[in-house]
Design a protein around this ligand. Structure first.
Ligand code: URA
Length: 257
């Protein structure tokens, strides 16, 4: 059964009762570049799509500045359901939801993941350092059985609130094309097919999401510029232009069939 169907049918979460729609994630299932935000906001909850409010508009504008479009990427969140009143995700919610994100990463096999704000950054790096200190510093991590370049950046919602943050976010975005090119080169050298059998994520068993938890670490969020939800757009899914068509087909099918 497709991952989306499994999630929409089998996701038992403390937030289900309060949210309108599940926000699975959207975009190119074979994307080289993935963005991971915090949680759906009001507009995302209404539309069932990630980043469809003001923060999403800014994300689109920043992508355009570096010659990319939303359709080139896959966008997901740590939580798939909106926390009431856009409050911060709770540790138990992150623990419940994160296996689905790890499974998405495993299927999409991105080369670079931009973690937007504190919650995504702390979850995927497994670290405790806030986004203000780590933004703009790429770090390699083993995720979904492969080595992936994580690139922590400020959450666009924080950039909407503070001009200085917007400038930092823009500067970090400007480094993305080079980072992607670097990741493509090392991917070519390492060979995508020679990686170990996929794991669901750090410390996660190889069972399906929902059957087991683990990996959550958003509990220690700084109150700094992590930034929650409230923003924007929709996505298509062209294919990665090169190689791995088998993997691409598998991802497309698993995610969207
Ligand atoms: N903020 C998020 O973290 N995610 C969304 O999908 C929208 C706003």
């Amino acid at each position: 059964m497709a991952l989306y169907r499994r999630l929409s049918e089998g996701h038992v979460c403390p937030l289900t009762a309060d949210r309108m729609r599940l926000v699975f994630g959207a975009g190119n299932a074979d994307a080289e570049l993935m963005f991971v935000g915090e949680a759906p906001g009001a507009e995302e909850d209404r539309q069932g799509k990630p980043f469809v409010g003001r923060a999403g508009k800014l994300l689109d504008a920043l992508l355009e500045e570096i010659g990319l479009q939303r359709e080139d990427t896959f966008v997901a969140n740590v939580l798939k359901c909106r926390p009431p009143g856009n409050r911060d995700p709770l540790p138990e919610e992150i623990e419940e939801c994160s296996p689905w994100l790890f499974r998405q990463i495993e299927l999409i096999e991105p080369l670079v993941i931009c973690t937007l704000g504190n919650f995504a950054t702390k979850l995927l790096t497994g670290g405790k350092i806030g986004i203000t200190k780590v933004h703009g510093s790429p770090q390699r991590h083993e995720l979904g059985g492969r080595s992936i370049q994580l690139y922590p950046i400020f959450h666009p919602a924080a950039a909407l609130r503070t001009e200085a943050v917007r400038e930092l976010l823009q500067a970090d975005f400007a480094r993305l094309p080079a980072l992607l090119e670097e990741a493509r080169n090392s991917d070519r050298i390492e060979g995508r097919d020679e990686v170990a059998a996929p794991e669901l994520g750090p410390g996660l068993p190889k069972s399906e999401p929902g059957a087991a938890a683990g990996g959550g670490s958003g509990a220690d969020a700084d109150a700094d510029l992590g930034a929650p939800a409230d923003a924007e757009a929709q996505v298509a899914k062209p294919g990665r232009p090169d190689t791995e068509t088998a993997a691409a087909d598998r991802s497309q099918l698993d995610l969207f069939e």
